[in-house]
Design a protein around this ligand. Sequence first.
Ligand SMILES: Cc1cc2nc3c(=O)[nH]c(=O)nc-3n(C[C@H](O)[C@H](O)[C@H](O)COP(=O)(O)OP(=O)(O)OC[C@H]3O[C@@H](n4cnc5c(N)ncnc54)[C@H](O)[C@@H]3O)c2cc1C
Length: 418
Amino acid sequence: MPLPRPEVDVAIVGGGIVGLATAHRLLERRPDLEVVVLEREPEVGQQQSSRNSGVLHAGLYYTPGSAKARWSRAGKPLLERFCTEHGVPVARTGKVVVAVDRTELPALDALAERARANGVEIHRLGPEGLRDHEPHVTGVAGLWTPETAVTDFHAVCHALTDAIRHAGGEVRTSTEVVDLHTRDHQVDVTSTRGHELTARAVVVCGGLQADRLLAATATATATATATGAPTHDDVRIVPIRGSWLELRPDQRHLVRGNIYPVPTGGGLPFLGVHLTRRVDGQVWVGPNAVPVLARNGRSPSSVDGNDVRDLLAFPGTWRLARAHARVAAGELWRDRSLSAMVRAVQRYVPAIEAAHLRRGPWGVRAQLVDRSGRLVDDFTVRELGRTIHLVNAPSPAATSALAIGAELAGRAGAVLRS
Ligand SMILES: Cc1cc2nc3c(=O)[nH]c(=O)nc-3n(C[C@H](O)[C@H](O)[C@H](O)COP(=O)(O)OP(=O)(O)OC[C@H]3O[C@@H](n4cnc5c(N)ncnc54)[C@H](O)[C@@H]3O)c2cc1C
């Protein structure tokens, strides 16, 4: 017996900035489509999309030609325009990268070369040039880009939601998807309430739950397993918390824009403790990068039994821990000790003192790790049946959201035509 007609054209799982941007781009291209965003929280953008630095990255760091390089370069101007058109605050505050001593010069030069390869406007600075941009910075040399901007990504999520609803789309909150089953030309979407809807195509932008949503699809899709498509066994989300300190209002004059160290990273894709003047004028110091035991914990040190079991059962976690034990120990130490974090920023802004700082907010990054313990660096998309999964969307995914959204919308269009 033929199946009844699917209830919607495209369902998007995850109402973070990327899922919402995907729905928006889809409706811009195809206003005739029925599009529904399914979000498990009572409000959109509650996870990574509202717990971040708020920086629109210019694209200095990413391997030329990578999805991160291409989509951040394409996505940033799109998001700046979206903000301007939808009344979301955005400001081009620029950024300096500071080399504090000569040993950092080769890495600084390599970064400048990479930035130029990505088409970023970048200027080499001496110590005086650094002070012209950031009077309180000390270093032997630096880089300046005027392109880096700041915004409020949470406000962007609300503006995207309004735009989606205005275009006839639906954003359905308090809806947790638990199963995605491709059958012939449609996908059955099950939520914790039971049958939720059927769709001709599904795009999944589940952030911290990306691997579980992949598993919820892979196990239910016979064709995917038969073609050797990846399962939950191949990859795992490792939650990595970033916490900030906040500069007291009377000390905010110490930072004009964005001040970053030369990234050392120890082989990890984090940018080092930096200073950000946010779009509302607050100045944040951080974030650090601390492995944690809960993806959606209520406090910075929450422990979630399921998350711990998932981590322990995955060989990649153990290999990751062995390879980066020293870096992780340093991060844990800085997390506990305010003075260690202060020393990290005093290297390039010596005027900042512990008394100028108070504990600020925190957020948890969704970082994909493979079985060998490698942190998957680039944005990663996988297709299973009629579902398209964005399985790795770390920073700068918020910056890149409208370009990632265009890519995912294009792929959903191809599924609809198949
Ligand atoms: C500390 C930190 C600093 C950062 N700084 C920056 C920065 O300055 N600039 C930048 O560009 N990026 C930054 N990022 C990265 C950026 O925030 C993320 O890359 C981006 O928000 C990812 O968006 P998303 O929509 O993929 O994920 P999320 O915002 O996490 O959204 C995923 C959504 O899916 C929902 N969901 C999950 N499971 C289900 C389910 N089963 N059913 C229905 N819904 C579900 C979740 O509730 C959530 O709303 C930072 C991230 C962190 C944590």
